[in-house]
Every structure is written in structure tokens, then in C-alpha cells.
Design a protein. Sequence first.
Length: 246
Amino acid sequence: MTNHVLEGKTAFVSGSGQNIGRAVALRLAAMGCNLIVNGSSDSAPVEETASLAEAEGVTAMVAMGDMGRADAIDQIATAALSRFGRVDIVVNNAARRPHKQFLEMTEEDWHSVVDVALTAVFRTSRAFLPGMVDAGWGRIINFAGMKAIRGYNHGAPISAAKHGVWGVTKALSTEFASKGITINAISPGQIRKDSATADDPARAASIPAGVMGQPDDIASMAAYLASPEARFVTGQMIAVNGGETT
């Protein structure tokens, strides 16, 4: 893929202080893309992501806020659009994955997960799609997840939310395809936290490839979907899982 193919573009990546979110943000920065990086509470890792991105020669803005809150997303969108004019690429990475038995779950437990993993996709899409439509170009990359799609034991709300994300992805992709906008979902398999972490032998043994994935494996797919080369790929859920089924 040609370097700096995203020069002049701007991306918003939620949950980009660490792990997959950081890897995606830095890969987009290496492609010349300006960034709005986000975290919910701890600003230090988000600031670090921004600094690493700016070392690539792009502009990075830190936009802290809980993706489960409408007012926080409104504030982030206002600040991002004021700074950059429009956002061309949206990566909805933020999620919560608490483990709790269903019969012990409260309304608050349920909504705290669904609001971040699903409703935030609606809110960020609503905030940034108008600029993409005006420009005739845009990318939205959502996240599903192998375990969530299979059914997450002690994780009913995340499974429900991720199925919803897949539905929204398909619906919006058909609505906006003629506007030059692609909307896809990535479904990661078993991913190590970072490249320095060793594989869990038991987990690696359950994967046909024999190894766990790394955040950069997901970032590579996100980079492709964000690029001009993926102009004819939309409405898809792409599994990146070493051969495990979705």
C-alpha cells in the first residue's frame, strides 16, 4: 500500500489509548492521516498515542469522553469538526466487556455496555456522515468480535451489541454506498494485548494458525478498509482470527 495515501484525511478512533485502538490510530497516521484520538478517563495513554502519531508528521488531537454518553460524543464531534472541518474516517473501537451472570445483571449493567458498543456507532455515524456525504468520500469501520458473534458466556449485552453493530453496518452500507462511503466491520479473533506479550499456549493451540493475533494484524485490515484500494468493499464483516470461524 502506497505511503501517505490518506494524506489530507482525518480519522476519529475511539478507545485509542492502547491495544487495537492505538495500533489502528498509528497505522492511519503512518498513512498520512490526521487523528482525533479518544479515551474515556485515563488521558495519559491517549496523550502518548497522540505523541506517537505526531512523530509521523500528522496532526493529532486528544478528545477525551465516554463513548456511552451522547453529550460526550456531541462535544467530541463539535471539537473535531471545528479543528479539522470534517472527519473522513471513523473507527468505532471502544467497548466494555464485563463478565456477569445474566440473572445478576441490572439495567445499568446492560446499558453501560450497549451504549458504548452499539449506540455510539449510531451517534458517531450521525455526527460525521454529513461531512462524508458532502465530500463524496468516507469510511466507517466498526468492530464485531468472534466471541461476541458466537455468543459470549456471561456477556449477553456485548453479544447483543455486536450483533447490532453488524446490523447497522449492513444497513448503512447500502444507504451510503452511492455516496462514495464504505462501511464495514472487523471481527477480531484472539488477540494479544501487544507485540511484547507472549502467546497463551492454550489459547494459541485452539487457533488453526497456531498463534494468537497481534493488534497490528487488526490495524493492517483497518488500514486496507480505510484506503482508496478498498473502494469496492462495503457492508462486510471481515474475520481476522487465524482460521477460527466467526
